[in-house]
Design a protein around this ligand. Structure first.
Ligand code: PLP
Length: 360
């Protein structure tokens, strides 16, 4: 029996892509598959996301891996290229790039390339991480329009900083600023991430860029993906390797940081931080065993973790434990741990066995 398995439901992925299309019926979909498709496996996801119109990645290596596996759809480097040496690689592999700063603009102007590159000009509409400031927008447009290495028409994008916080005014301001700057521009535009798709329909425009929601994880607080009609793609599973009696007053695990207040049964599950399950998960973090949520009891070890199964537990060695996924929302687990589900699904280690289901 495998110790830790991440089961990836590719039918659920297709369902989620379909739901995105229902939510944004007039937009093309750039499926964001950076960081190994948020930990789900780049090639499998790309192969099964056949309804996507393009793919978004963070690193040129990710784009090249997609091309090597036969993907012919457009691929965009969401942060652009990091070195002028990458430009010929973009041309050869027809990879599109973001331009967000003066250095990238300069490299494009100085390069001698066999063909022009498709460029998305990234505007800083208020997140203040990457992008051209609004007062410099005209200047960048003029130089990019004049640059022979840039395919025309130029495209435009921006990114939200707080789209998951529905009561903050900043997202509406970002939308308005982006629309006013790009008014009258010919090229296609893109603004919405997953939270934009779900909560800010004005931001959908010609292209949406969903990431996390494709994997069946909600970007919105107080709403799980299941609530929103999406299905979890990843189910992280392990099993019980011991069911032990622990007496009232006894402590379990490293540091003895959980002490039982009754005689009970403690289950030992074969997954730990060596598999990417966070060591910071506190006592009480839920784990699903035989259909019931049982609380973490004691510190997560490298290869194991322990749960309080309760005094009357009938669970046996070999029984399955679900850490998140079907039956236990990863959002709920993330909330207990004090992180976001994005981090949980992305951080599994290579020791976890990846198992796929679903037709191509
Ligand atoms: C990661 C990323 C996305 C997708 O964000 P989600 O919140 O996962 O939907 C979209 N656009 C850019 C620029 C990104 O970096």
């Amino acid at each position: 029996m495998k110790a830790a398995t991440a089961h990836i439901d590719l039918e659920a992925l297709k369902h989620n892509l379909g739901r995105v299309k229902q939510q944004a019926p007039n937009s093309k979909v750039m499926a964001v598959v950076k960081a190994n498709s948020y930990g789900h496996g780049l090639h499998y996801v790309a192969q099964h996301a056949s309804a996507a119109d393009a793919f978004g990645v963070a690193r040129i290596e990710e784009a090249l891996q997609l091309r090597a596996s036969g993907v012919v759809k457009p691929i965009l480097l969401l942060e652009g290229f990091y070195s002028s040496r990458d430009l010929p690689v973009l041309v050869t592999n027809s990879i599109h790039t973001v331009v967000h700063c003066e250095e990238q603009l300069y490299d494009l102007e100085k390069a001698s390339l066999e063909n022009p590159v498709v460029v998305w000009l990234k505007i800083d509409s208020g997140m203040h991480r990457l992008g051209v400031r609004p007062e410099h927008f005209e200047h960048f447009v003029e130089r990019l329009e004049a640059c022979k290495n840039v395919a025309k028409p130029l495209r435009y994008m921006s990114h939200f900083g707080c789209a998951d916080e529905l009561d903050k005014p900043i997202t509406q301001k970002q939308i308005e600023l982006f629309l006013s700057l790009t008014k009258g521009c010919l090229g296609e535009r893109s603004l919405a991430n997953s939270a934009g798709v779900l909560a800010w329909p004005d931001s959908q425009l010609e292209w949406v860029r969903p990431g996390i929601i494709l994997y069946g994880v909600s970007p919105l607080p107080n709403k799980t993906a299941t609530d929103l009609g999406f299905k979890p793609v990843m189910t992280l599973k392990s099993h019980l390797i011991a069911v032990r009696t622990v007496k009232s007053g006894e402590s379990v695990g490293y540091g003895g940081n959980w002490t039982s207040d009754r005689d009970t049964k403690v289950g030992v599950i074969a997954i730990g931080y060596g598999d990417g399950y966070p060591r910071m998960a506190p006592n009480g973090t839920p784990v699903l065993v035989n259909g019931r949520k049982v609380p973490m009891a004691g510190r997560v070890s490298m290869d194991m973790l322990t749960v309080d199964l309760g005094p009357d537990a009938k669970d046996k060695v070999g029984d399955e434990a679900i850490l998140w996924g079907n039956g236990l929302d990863v959002e709920e687990v993330a909330h207990h741990i004090g992180t976001i589900a994005y981090e949980l699904v992305t951080k599994l280690t290579s020791r976890v066995d990846m198992e796929y289901s679903g037709k191509a």
